[in-house]
Design a binder for this molecule. Structure first.
Ligand code: GLU
Length: 264
């Protein structure tokens, strides 16, 4: 099996030095194993994503000598490599989940959602305890409401199991059973949520290893559920420590230079 490792930055700013390190690890791991290193652009945040940042990040990676084998500017067999150009793929999979009873349209408004979260918290329950209001709605009823133009999101039906995996850096990780509820995979505007499209792409692009910052460790719980629903074996994960300042907080602008451009 060919080792395939990706770096998946969001083009919402210049390349952070922490991201550069993740890219370096991913690149070195791929190359040390005779594999491929892929660049995928996670630009589903339409307001904050800019092509100018994508170009600047690619230029900074190149400056560091990190050249990808596949990517938006190069193509490859698993493209397109920009998430904004893959929206139909996410939509199809989300609706396939709905058809298979693994996800459902949810019509809760943000005000109702807030109220339910408050109710759950005041009863000492998990904040997401009441978010599954629409999980058993008759699909024909749901379709009627959609056809009538009602706004909806697609929520994934948490199967309520314990999820665990062995991380290449952290070792054995086991998530508490009620850590997440039924979570959104497709927003009302049709855009996919990170935990969903990241898995769709890592699966479709046949990634064998995923290296990313430790702050994503908890996301892996939701992601394991999506792999399971897709019937795909998850890649091996390595969650690397954050780069921190002298105050042991995540390296940020308060500490001084954080972007590769500035170091350059
Ligand atoms: N776009 C995500 C980020 O920049 C990618 C996380 C991941 O590698 O899964 O944090």
């Amino acid at each position: 099996m060919t080792v395939r490792v990706r770096f998946a930055p969001s083009p919402t700013g210049y390349l952070h030095i922490g991201g550069a390190r993740t890219a370096l690890y991913s690149y070195l791991f791929a190359k040390a194993n005779g594999g491929k290193y892929i660049l995928r652009i996670e630009d589903t945040d339409l307001e904050r994503s800019k092509r100018e940042y994508e170009e600047a990040q690619i230029a900074d990676l190149k400056w560091m000598g990190i050249e990808h084998d596949e990517g938006p500017d190069k193509g490859g067999d698993f493209g397109p490599y920009r998430q904004s150009e893959r929206l139909q793929i996410y939509k199809d999979i989300a609706w396939d989940f709905v058809k298979r009873g693994l996800a459902y349209p949810c019509f809760l408004t943000s005000i109702e959602l807030e109220r339910l979260t408050e109710k759950a918290t005041s009863e000492n329950k998990d904040p997401h305890a009441y978010h599954g209001q629409f999980r058993d709605l008759d699909p024909a009823q749901a379709q009627k409401r959609i056809d009538a133009g009602e706004e909806y999101v697609i929520r994934f039906k948490n199967p309520g199991k314990t999820w665990e995996f062995t991380d290449l850096v952290k070792g054995h990780v086991k998530f508490p059973e009620n850590m997440v509820g039924d979570f959104v995979i497709l927003r009302a505007n049709g855009m996919p949520v990170y935990n969903f499209c990241c898995v769709v792409d890592d699966a479709k692009m046949e990634m064998t290893h995923v290296f990313r910052a430790e702050e994503h460790l908890n996301n892996t719980c939701r992601q394991l559920m999506i792999y399971d629903a897709m019937g795909v074996t998850p890649p091996s994960f390595g969650h690397v420590s954050l780069l921190i300042g002298h105050d042991r907080q995540k390296l940020s602008k308060r500490h001084g230079a954080t972007s590769v451009t500035q170091y350059k």
